[in-house]
Design a protein around this ligand. Structure first.
Ligand SMILES: [Zn+2]
Ligand SMILES: [Zn+2]
Length: 347
């Protein structure tokens, strides 16, 4: 089969993925499933992988390369292991990003991302920038005919991450309260739609790009703000004392320090974007009784819920399609912000 493979980490990102012929994958465990890829979303994490940001965590022994990235996958079941009962060849599926074990305590609690024996195809093993992917039965959510497999591919990770954070935010903000979404890109534009569905709270969208703010209005934001050094003061004034919850999809370049400063007492700062460093005086944490929390992808239940919202047209993804041969152009377009929403690779 054809696959786009990474041969070398490069902080400057001059390195390109190499399109080549590799052996077709094989089922090695009775619970495994081979999925014929219909679409694979391109994620900022893929760029960070190429840059070597994840090297220490994913590849401490330096033995991972060459390998195939791609962790936002949809497709058609091609073959199943002898123990698989939940899916059969021909089923349309989206892949939860983690190939979780199912028997550890975290898996039994339903928190797939906490699995202590999980593998993450596309991060620590071969992923979906190829014609076929090996995952396991537990990772697969079956999709009905009306769901477009290309459009929903980014929901496997980007959408799921946005969904978990937005669902948590919807529980934290009262219907007459305020939620602020910072960064209306690949994840933020999805979080906004999920919040619109799950909460009656007033939604404030923040982005430095004017076209992102235009999209934010179409997707249900009540107010939009352009970001910048005045942002904290603007939010405090608009909300009459601060937001109940802030979702930060940027998490770097100083934005991470703005999130908690725009909370009202008892507010929560949810961190989804990453790269920066948070410094909060402990006395502020107490005086404001604030909470700061990270959010890690999402579990199987949350992916199922999100697929139901997508099937009913309540959440839609803006996608830009590229063929597998065009993957390096997609990466270049992503780096230079030449599209809104998410790029999807179609083999
Ligand atoms: Zn991702
Ligand atoms: Zn597990």
């Amino acid at each position: 089969m054809r696959a786009a493979r990474l041969y070398r980490y490069d902080p400057e990102m001059r390195e390109e993925l190499k399109l080549e012929q590799v052996p077709d994958p094989e089922i090695r465990h009775p619970n495994e499933v081979i999925v014929r890829i219909v679409a694979a979303g391109l994620c900022r994490t893929d760029l960070h992988i190429i840059e070597g940001v994840w090297r220490e965590i994913l590849d401490p022994a330096g033995t991972l390369l060459p390998y195939t990235p791609g962790h936002e996958n949809t497709g058609i079941v091609e073959a199943v292991g002898s123990a698989v009962t939940a899916v059969k060849p021909g089923d349309r599926v989206i892949c939860h990003p983690l190939k979780s074990c199912g028997v550890c305590l975290a898996c039994r609690m339903g928190e797939d991302m906490y699995c202590t024996n999980g593998r993450f195809p596309g991060l620590d093993s071969d992923g979906g920038f190829a014609e076929y992917l090996v995952t396991n039965e537990r990772a697969l959510v079956k999709l009905p005919e009306e769901v477009d497999l290309v459009e929903v591919a980014p929901l496997a990770d980007a959408g799921l991450t946005a969904y978990r954070a937005a669902k948590r935010a919807a529980r934290l903000v009262p219907p007459d309260g305020w939620a602020v979404v910072i960064g209306i890109g690949g994840l933020g534009h999805l979080a906004l739609q999920v919040l619109r569905v799950l909460s009656a709270a007033r939604l404030v969208a923040v982005d430095i790009a004017p076209q992102a703010l235009e999209r934010a209005k179409e997707l249900g934001a009540d107010y939009v703000l352009p970001g910048g050094p005045e942002l904290v003061a603007q939010v405090r004034e608009l909300t009459g004392g601060g937001a109940h919850v802030v979702l930060d999809f940027v998490g770097e370049r100083g934005v991470e320090q703005q999130g908690w400063q725009m909370l009202r007492k008892g507010g929560t700062h949810l961190i989804i974007g990453y790269g920066g460093r948070l410094e909060i005086p402990t006395v502020q944490m107490i005086f404001q009784e604030m909470a700061v929390a990270g959010s890690l992808v999402g579990n199987y239940r949350e992916l199922s819920e999100l697929m139901d919202l997508a099937a009913r047209g309540l959440v839609r993804v803006y996608v830009q399609r590229y063929r597998l041969e065009e993957i390096n152009r997609a990466i270049d377009d992503f780096k230079h912000g030449r599209y809104f929403g998410r790029a999807v690779i179609v083999p």
